[in-house]
Write a protein that binds this ligand. Structure first.
Ligand SMILES: [Fe+2]
Ligand SMILES: [Fe+2]
Length: 470
């Protein structure tokens, strides 16, 4: 369905035909705008930024590119087209028609899922708000701001569902999404990784690779939902999310490439002196962002996850293409657990192990990206490999949260951890060093010395295109 841009709130959900909902969202809109003004990107709000805006939701050419000032970005409500005659693909309601309204008995659980997802969207904007001043190029600055406006749109997507389907408590939850603050002591965001700082561009690129990828897996499993409006919303969000992960994967790839160039030019691993980020230091950032992102999937065994699945609210990644009964009452799944101070593999009821099932899909996806970075290192003739640490390393949630695990997966004592963690995670001094490299570059076509230029520009534009105007 076409998007109506003549409306105050652009949408493809026939908002004009539902006056009550339209009015409720028009009341929420100023709150969103003041949240954006207060907590959105610092600076650049009055600049013309070369941004893409959704124009239709089909797979071909849904985006139009043009100069927009961020406060004038047309945030709105876009759902992917309905699938004709769609049926529930899993759980106790498998085979029944999908729902266009929320079943009363699942209301609380569904609202919680939507609020938890919705909370991450503004959180990441808040985490990234200071990065514009130190962007390594106009190309990168534009990508940051694109990610930010789209996370704002994802907030709209979840606020729409809350307003449209959850009555008064939905409206209250939509307001609360604008009130929590990333990193706040008294009103923090819901999930741990979204209260961490994103203080520099290396962190940002790692975040978009690892943490936005968690978003991909959460959205993909919500796209399987029997609650059809949630499914359609998430399907369209996934198309936007792909760009965020592209920013992370190509961004880290470019840092790797630049580091390899410096290593060869100066015949040393110690590229810090030459304004580069060494591969060992990059490994530490990777260890950090990967481990906090693994936590986002929750505990290995979870009755909540089992209930969400049986109720039909949240499926598995690629649920429909899986070759099993999609009910999982009799199936088992092998997971990693801590047992009497050893890390072991154990078969557990598959229904209880759904968090771990989703985490496994995520880990495999991360590994593919890391191997692409390693190809860059190998092509440069350098003998080094970036690695995903063991899944138990540096965890705050799940079985391994109670123990200390090395990146290789060996259980160690607290004392050993205290003596060695600075080999595995960035030290405060190293974070200061990375911060010291972050000097904003604003001349079109120029790039900071710690990152290589990308292979190509955005939307076929040249690398020296003025992605953000003065
Ligand atoms: Fe998002
Ligand atoms: Fe994202």
């Amino acid at each position: 369905m076409a998007i109506d841009y003549a409306e105050r709130i652009p949408n493809n959900v026939s908002l004009a035909e539902n006056r009550r909902l339209q009015r409720a969202l028009e009341q929420w809109q100023p709150g969103f705008q003041s949240w954006w003004a207060e907590m959105g990107p610092v600076g650049f709000q009055a600049r013309d930024v070369y941004l893409r805006t959704a124009t239709s939701v089909d797979a071909q050419g849904w985006a139009s590119f043009g100069y927009v000032r961020m406060p004038e970005y047309r945030w709105g409500i876009f759902l992917a087209d309905a699938v004709h005659d769609r049926k529930v693909a899993f759980g106790d309601h498998k085979g029944e028609p999908v729902w266009q309204e929320v079943p009363g008995e699942y209301r609380g659980a569904l609202r919680r899922l939507i609020v938890t997802q919705g909370d991450t969207e503004p959180a990441s904007v808040e985490q990234q708000r200071h990065l514009g001043a130190t962007s390594p190029s106009l190309y990168d600055l534009r990508n940051l701001l694109q990610v930010n406006v789209e996370e704002g749109r994802h907030l709209w997507a979840m606020a729409y569902l809350l307003h449209a389907y959850f009555g008064r408590d939905g409206r209250e939850e939509a307001d609360a999404l604008l009130q929590r603050r990333s990193g706040s002591d008294d009103n923090p965001r819901i999930l741990g990784a979204f209260n961490e700082q994103t203080p520099d561009w290396l962190s940002f690129l790692m975040f978009t690779f690892f943490t936005d990828r968690d978003g991909k897996y959460q959205l993909a499993s919500l796209a399987e939902s029997a609650f059809d409006p949630l499914s359609r919303t998430c399907r369209f969000m996934l198309t936007e999310e792909a760009h965020h992960m592209f920013v992370g994967e190509t961004g880290i790839g470019r840092v790797v490439q630049r580091t390899c160039e410096l290593m060869k030019e100066h015949d040393t691993d110690e590229v810090g002196r030459f304004g580069g980020i060494g591969l060992k230091l990059m490994q530490k950032y990777l260890n950090f962002h990967y481990s906090v992102s693994l936590d986002l999937f929750g505990a290995e065994l979870s009755t909540n996850a089992a209930n969400y699945f049986s109720m039909g609210l949240k499926g598995r990644f690629n649920e429909e293409s899986r070759d099993d009964d999609h009910k999982l009452k009799e199936t088992s799944y092998r997971i990693t657990q801590v047992d009497e101070n050893r890390i072991v593999q154990k078969d557990q009821p598959a229904l209880l192990a759904l968090n771990e099932t989703l985490r496994d899909a995520y880990i495999a996806d991360c590994a593919r990206g890391v191997s692409r970075w390693n190809k860059v290192i190998k092509a440069a003739g350098i003998d080094f490999e970036l690695r995903l640490p063991h899944r138990g390393f540096h965890r705050a949630i799940g079985d391994c949260a109670s123990v200390k695990v090395t990146p290789e997966g060996r259980l160690i004592t607290e004392a050993e951890w205290a003596a060695h963690h600075s080999h595995w995670l960035p030290t405060p001094e190293e974070r200061v060093f990375v911060g010291s490299l972050m000097i904003g570059v604003t001349e079109p076509g120029r790039f900071a010395g710690w990152i290589a230029p990308p292979a190509r520009g955005i939307n076929h534009q040249a690398l020296d295109f003025e992605y953000v105007k003065r």
